[in-house]
Design a protein around this ligand. Sequence first.
Ligand SMILES: NC(=O)c1ccc[n+]([C@@H]2O[C@H](COP(=O)([O-])OP(=O)(O)OC[C@H]3O[C@@H](n4cnc5c(N)ncnc54)[C@H](O)[C@@H]3O)[C@@H](O)[C@H]2O)c1
Length: 335
Amino acid sequence: MEFNGVKDKVVIVTGASRGIGRAMAEVFGENGMKVVCAARSEEQGKEVVASIESKGGDAIFVKTDCSKATEIKALVDKTVEHYGRLDGVVSNAGIGMGGTPLHEYEVEDYEKVFSLNSEGVFAGMKYGTEAILKSKSEGGFLINVASVAGLMPQSGQALYTATKFGVVGMTRAAAMDYAKYGITVNAICPGYTKTSIFGDAGDAAMDFFANDCPAGRMGDPRECAYLGLFLASDMARYITGAAIPVDGALSAGHKSVTTWKHPEILTGEGLSSESTIAAIMEDPKGLEIVRKFLPGFEENEQAKQAYGMTFKTLAPMLGLPEDVVGSMLSELDQL
Ligand SMILES: NC(=O)c1ccc[n+]([C@@H]2O[C@H](COP(=O)([O-])OP(=O)(O)OC[C@H]3O[C@@H](n4cnc5c(N)ncnc54)[C@H](O)[C@@H]3O)[C@@H](O)[C@H]2O)c1
């Protein structure tokens, strides 16, 4: 089956001027969809349209403040006026808000983050659905850009978390409303993704985010866009009511200390003093060296607890003379 299930579909992307929304608009344009780029900045929005057109795509810009339901309604109306139909809406526009305990937020903060991240998404779904139904789209879709914070609460982000849990909830409930009527409704839940949402967070903060993620790096906005493209396609007609993380396993669970028994699989090299004790003990030649330098080590129950370490880190703790440690390590390096 060729990937051809999106061509000529008319899609609205909110917050298309940068970040994930821009990537989504560009990927849709590259794949033959007609893209309505909604954003507040005319300059940036038109730049995205020009970039799509320069690659042979079809797009228009509609200036929209997505925190206002009336403007979202006008956006949908203008789309239908221009393209004559609507097949899908990506409600992506959103703001971050975080870093303080709940009591330090102001009521105005609540209104600000909910009006865009929650009410704006509701309006996109409501007016979008009406137009998609009227268009008799056979491949209609709503995609909401939620967050891993919609699956797993984030400390210091009570309000942002609440909006994103709300988006996931609306997504799943609406999926049931429209499952029989040919409109799929899904949420994309990005993890740490390199966009301007992080403002001027410095290198140290960005390193923290990368290291906090099991994948060891932040995501690229296009990695969310590719999922958006698939959900918009006719290949995903039976996927609805899902909240799908694009997060390098960030929301998969709680990280814990893990030591590879056989790290040499990554380098393609044999065992050495860099290998774990467990791997060395499994190798007959390694065992011979351990027996020579550390007689009784393999029978010692306490020593077995250290099998996830390397002899390099363990040897000084055992109080062995430096020359003995040195000889042992150099013999291990010849394995
Ligand atoms: N980047 C991440 O790590 C991350 C993680 C999880 C979820 N998200 C979500 O992804 C979505 C996109 O964020 P991003 O990372 O691309 O951030 P971004 O700041 O780069 O982009 C946000 C977009 O929303 C637009 N926007 C903001 N307020 C608007 C308004 N009132 N009306 C219209 N447009 C408005 C901005 O102009 C911009 O185009 C948001 O919903 C965000 O919560 C991002």
